[in-house]
Design a protein around this ligand. Structure first.
Ligand code: FE2
Length: 271
């Protein structure tokens, strides 16, 4: 459980109050009248066309049945969507961010350290965001009953981790580089190496589910999921870059992946 002192989530210069405390901690004007709580919250900017995946993208077969057939209905941004949910931080431990030390031995594969910052569209750090990751092992196999690829499972690798961003919006985790794997989208279809990300920022509207790719991967050109995004600059936001600063001698290669929640330069969402 969070203490009352921990009840505020800082996002840059903006303080977010969770719903239950906002109603009692609502700011007052100099005349003593309560101000409209909605006026204290950020307004998210419109998203330029082409910078997020198309719902209907025929090369990605799953989109044929999944894409909406009617225009979307825009809902107003309400107080609860912009301030909640609030999650406790006690359950997330530092060991959750090391995917290579969850078993008796180290997993097979190329050890990597992935790091980055979680930002809002104006470049302000999003602190206190929950970052969850999951991935295939070095052979391209998920530890999941639905993954029946005949690559070997790794008894020393579950492929799941999580962490909370610090005051500068930074996160970091240790893992192994995932392998490419085949999938049934079309003949000889292979997913490029990727790590799945799920983020919870200050509210439901700053939720993001996406995939991080690796620089120079020849499979990106042929991947229908990566190519659901048509804007070339937006696509580049999905690719990490090699990071000497976080490359450790005799230990691991570093990769940097910055994430923008919401707005005109948002990291593309997985759809
Ligand atoms: Fe995947």
């Amino acid at each position: 459980m969070m203490s009352a002192a921990d009840d505020r989530l800082q996002t840059g210069s903006t303080t977010f109050f969770p719903v239950h405390s906002r109603l009692t901690a609502m700011p007052t004007s100099s005349r003593g009248r309560r101000q409209d709580p909605m006026s204290q919250l950020p307004i998210f900017q419109n998203i330029p066309p082409g910078t997020q995946p198309e719902y209907f993208h025929p090369p990605y077969r799953s989109s044929l049945k999944r894409a909406p057939t009617r225009p979307l209905v825009l809902l107003p941004q309400t107080l609860s969507e912009r301030t909640g949910p609030v999650f406790g931080h006690a359950a997330v431990t530092t060991s959750d961010s090391d995917l290579t030390s969850q078993h008796a031995g180290p997993p097979g594969g190329e050890r990597i350290v992935v790091n980055g910052r979680v930002l809002d569209e104006d470049g302000r750090p999003v602190s206190g965001a929950l970052v969850e990751v999951w991935q295939a092992n070095a052979a391209g196999r998920y530890k999941h009953k639905l993954d029946q690829h005949n690559a070997p499972l790794d008894p020393n690798f579950d492929g799941c981790g999580r962490m909370i961003t610090d005051a500068d919006g930074r996160y970091r985790f240790t893992s192994i580089k995932p392998g490419a794997y085949p999938w049934g989208n079309h003949h000889n279809a292979w997913r490029p190496a990727h790590i799945h990300f799920s983020l919870f920022g200050a509210g439901l509207l700053s939720r993001l589910v996406t995939q991080m790719y690796f620089p120079g991967d020849p499979l990106l050109e042929f991947d229908p999921i990566y190519n659901c995004v048509s804007d070339e600059k937006a696509k580049l936001r999905l690719i990490s870059w090699f990071d000497w600063e976080h490359t450790s001698p005799e230990f691991a290669l570093g990769y940097r992946f910055d994430i923008v929640l919401r707005g005109r330069i948002a990291t593309p969402m997985e759809k």
